[in-house]
Design a protein around this ligand. Sequence first.
Ligand SMILES: Cc1cc2nc3c(=O)[nH]c(=O)nc-3n(C[C@H](O)[C@H](O)[C@H](O)COP(=O)(O)OP(=O)(O)OC[C@H]3O[C@@H](n4cnc5c(N)ncnc54)[C@H](O)[C@@H]3O)c2cc1C
Length: 372
Amino acid sequence: MTPDTLILGAGIAGLSVAWRLLRSGQRVVVLERGEAGRESSWAGGGILSPLLPWDYPESLTTLALRSMTAYAPWVGDIEAAAGRHAEYWRCGMLALDVAGVDQALAWCTAHGMAAEGTPSRSFTLSPALPPQGGGGQTVWLPDVAQVRNPRLTAALRVAVEARGGRVVEHCAATGVRARGRRVTAVETGAGTFPADSVVMATGAWSGLGLAGLARAPNVRPIRGQMLLFKLEPGVLDTILYRDGLYLIPRRDGHVLVGSTLEDVGFDKATDAATRARMHAAAAELLPALTSVQPVQHWAGLRPGAPDNIPIIDRHPDFDNVFVNAGHFRYGVTLAPASAELLAALIDGTAPPLDPTPYRWQAALERRWGGGS
Ligand SMILES: Cc1cc2nc3c(=O)[nH]c(=O)nc-3n(C[C@H](O)[C@H](O)[C@H](O)COP(=O)(O)OP(=O)(O)OC[C@H]3O[C@@H](n4cnc5c(N)ncnc54)[C@H](O)[C@@H]3O)c2cc1C
């Protein structure tokens, strides 16, 4: 059987496209080099919003707000199909030491995002920090949600299979066979897979391309280190952000601390100096972390693209090859809306939003750098 669509990469970008295409009746096979959902989509934090949303280009905001609105029912459908929970939690985010609070609040109002300069609730923070009830340099975003990203990708994989999709692990795509402007099959170490259309969702590895596809999207790996702590449940009940560092509570008492932005190629090493620096900065915000050691320290490779704007487009050289990659810091957040846009491009239906900013060519014209 030739599947309608062959998807390369079983991270959140590939699995969410598979889920979306299955819902419109397509047959789908996902090829994964390693194990499904074990790269960036596992390593990240699962915050469902840009960190300081007012810091980003409007095209990132458009995609993010569309996804954030869709997220709760999207996760609900996946959970129902999979029979598993992904721990979607609208826990809010408190941003501290924000420069230009008035402009940030005005941006939130203009974009329909709930925000308070004087939080209407209190928080368990370090006594060394300024009181959080009195306004100043604080922005409280009560509607920001999070999801337990490893559980979401695990649920997505089960949901995809429950709907008749196939996920083939330990099956790296190495090249394509093409006839004119159409790819007819994808070659892997485990054989050749025929395809009507192909989606490249190979995360940080998308920029490496494939044999037979001369051009690759403008994506490169950006390493992020994360620490994981275990406290009693309830010690922290909101996301905290200050000066590039964030703390994410999980319902069971785990607290994630992230992250670094390191342009070091395909290297997932961690280092003791970063661990000590992040631990000290996190304990400044949450004193309960002072006397405990991280239970885990890891690094993941984000699929970096200029300005954090993903590439959701057709390949310039092939009519039936598509790309859903380069979601950089916000691939978990952007998953539902990105999959919706890509599915419209594949189906040839009206795109749900203007696709221009996410074009292959637009990414080539942007400069690297920028974004908090
Ligand atoms: C430390 C850190 C913190 C983050 N925090 C957040 C956050 O709080 N909120 C948020 O929204 N986002 C966050 N992100 C970003 C988010 O995790 C990524 O943008 C997202 O996971 C990218 O998904 P992906 O499917 O494109 O990539 P991946 O999850 O990396 O999946 C790509 C898959 O393709 C496979 N693959 C590669 N080459 C091939 C091949 N040739 N053949 C077959 N398969 C192949 C890989 O093995 C991999 O499984 C964070 C990322 C990191 C690293």
